[in-house]
Design a protein around this ligand. Structure first.
Ligand SMILES: CC(C)(COP(=O)(O)OP(=O)(O)OC[C@H]1O[C@@H](n2cnc3c(N)ncnc32)[C@H](O)[C@@H]1OP(=O)(O)O)[C@@H](O)C(=O)NCCC(=O)NCCS
Length: 150
């Protein structure tokens, strides 16, 4: 069977089932709603394999993590369904989001990564900044950034 991957804009509520299954296992569905999800500048993308939603990513206009001047976006909620991880879908969603953010003159993309996936971000040329820190109920995180427009 041929596999087709398509990336499309989706609504915030469409991200919840995959956030829940991958990022908030065993926690209430309300824990999958993030502050800013409904803000007009926020962008949510879904990766569709043969028309089934298999991965999500969200981009929030936000300062933080050492970036307080210019136009900065935070990437959150990147998740690929377990049985489809390690097939390039996470990278495809990141590059799709980056391309869009570059076009809208975003200066810096930043994110708080779970430290067990640090290498995923370094392979995409994200740079580690600051010390690792604990997020309650989730675990150790590390901030990463990439300058996409000077
Ligand atoms: C982390 C995640 C988004 C990566 O997406 P993915 O589709 O599985 O990864 P990709 O296949 O696109 O990987 C791209 C590259 O990163 C590497 N990589 C992916 N996950 C990795 C990990 N956990 N540790 C180290 N390297 C990793 C891949 O081996 C690949 O390397 P290559 O280019 O040399 O072949 C996905 O595995 C996932 O949803 N994990 C669970 C939720 C999670 O941790 N989300 C991130 C929160 S910060």
């Amino acid at each position: 069977m041929n596999i087709s991957l398509e990336i499309k804009s989706i609504s915030s509520s469409e991200t919840y089932p995959i956030r829940h299954e991958v990022l908030r296992v065993g926690r209430p569905i309300e824990s999958c709603k993030f502050d800013g999800d409904e803000q007009t500048e926020t962008i949510h993308y879904g990766a569709f394999e043969n028309n089934n939603l298999v991965g999500v990513i969200s981009c929030f206009l936000a300062n933080g993590c050492h970036f307080y001047t210019g136009k900065n976006y935070q990437i959150r909620g990147l998740a690929i369904q377990g049985y489809l991880q390690q097939k390039g879908y996470g990278k495809a969603l990141m590059l799709h989001a980056e391309n869009f953010l570059r076009q809208i003159n975003c200066n810096t993309i930043w994110l708080n990564a779970r430290t067990n996936v640090n290498q995923f971000y370094t392979k995409l040329d994200y740079i580690e900044i600051g010390a690792a820190f604990e997020v309650p109920l989730i675990g150790k995180h590390q901030c990463f950034f990439k300058k996409i427009n000077l």
